[in-house]
Design a protein around this ligand. Structure first.
Ligand code: TXA
Ligand code: MG
Length: 316
């Protein structure tokens, strides 16, 4: 059920139910972080393996302190600059207050304060943070509209809180501080906060992109997949190689003379392209095509996160 009733969403969460919620990045599938049975429902609904930990979404810094204890100074500098927003920070799980099912055995708790008015209001009505992975079936594309959540889950979840279309369109950037060197910030997943922006704001820190070679469960090569095979490369070449097939085209800004296509941003705007990425993948997937062909976008700013998702979507 798609609804904008925040009180209903709050009551369901208090009762140990799961609710899909809007965030600025993608929709999440939420449960009370301190209720392991509720959190387990997320894993069951998503068909997600239990070794893949969940991000905790908080309403305020007091909730963060309750979970992880004393906050390191460097982390405080980071979140003062980027929260609310699409940045997830790994904190040492020293207090062990967060149930094992949320952290999946990781020595860290991943936390973010999302920038979505509706969800912040919802969190304000709860006396617990919520654990929420993206609201998609395991390895499938992340939803950026309530309708896309509904298509994947139907009535397997009691409620989808309707916040309209997500603004950022790709998941949060995941960062953590180096154990050996407190002036180093490791980037484990490229996302809504760009590496350029991190470098600009945290100018006296070393920003190291670990993405890809770092062994986070959620960083599996195969991820964000469409149901139809997605092939990356030069679109003109791919079109001429696949004349015998019905081909869907996912292009950055160029419109092609073909029936099934989605243009991420005709102006070539990376922010718009990011916002449209999963929607475009999902629209093409639903068209009567055999394959989807796509091209990489310029590899800077949000383009890095877009390309990361496209490469994983194309992985076999
Ligand atoms: O934008 C986002 O981050 C969205 C919205 C809903 O907030 N959430 C999201 O969650 O993308 P999910 O579950 O699709 O990806 C979370 C990833 C995990 O796969 C894992 O790589 C990393 O975050 N992660 C979460 N908790 C962790 C932990 N305790 N230690 C290490 N990595 C963790
Ligand atoms: Mg996900």
């Amino acid at each position: 059920m798609i609804s904008n009733d925040i009180d209903l969403a709050a009551n369901l969460l208090k009762q140990g139910e799961i609710v899909a919620i809007p965030t600025e990045t993608v929709y999440g599938l939420a449960a009370n972080v301190y209720n392991p049975e509720a959190v387990e429902k997320i894993f069951i609904a998503k068909q997600r393996p239990k070794n893949d930990p969940l991000i905790v979404h908080i309403h305020n810094i007091r909730q963060l302190e309750d979970m992880v204890g004393k906050i390191p100074h460097n982390a405080a500098v980071l979140f003062t600059n980027f929260w609310p927003g699409p940045l997830t920070i790994l904190f040492k799980n020293t207090q062990k207050k967060v149930p094992e099912i949320v952290t999946a055995g990781s020595p860290y708790v991943a936390v973010r304060l999302p920038n979505n008015e509706l969800t912040l209001k919802l969190l304000g009505k709860l006396d617990f943070p919520i654990a929420a992975p993206s609201a998609n079936l395991f390895q499938k594309t992340s939803p950026t509209t309530p309708q896309h959540v509904e298509q994947q889950f139907g009535d397997k979840i009691p409620m989808i809180l309707d916040g309209g279309e997500c603004q950022v369109g790709v998941e949060s950037t995941i960062v953590g501080f180096d154990e050996e060197d407190e002036k180093t910030i490791n980037v484990y997943r490229l996302g809504g906060v760009t590496v350029e922006k991190l470098k600009e704001v945290m100018y006296d820190f070393n920003i190291v992109v670990k993405d890809g070679n770092y062994n986070l469960p959620g960083n599996a090569k195969l991820h964000y997949s469409t149901n139809k095979p997605l092939i990356l490369g030069d679109i003109d070449k791919l079109l001429s190689e696949n004349k015998d097939k019905k081909v869907g085209v996912l292009s950055f800004k160029k419109r092609y003379d073909t029936e099934f296509q989605f243009v991420l941003s005709e102006e070539g705007n990376l922010q718009q392209a990011a916002q449209n990425l999963y929607k475009g993948m999902q629209i093409l997937d639903a068209m009567p095509v055999d394959i989807i062909v796509a091209e990489l976008v310029p590899n800077n700013h949000l383009g890095k996160a877009i390309n990361d998702r496209l490469i994983r979507a194309a992985a076999k």
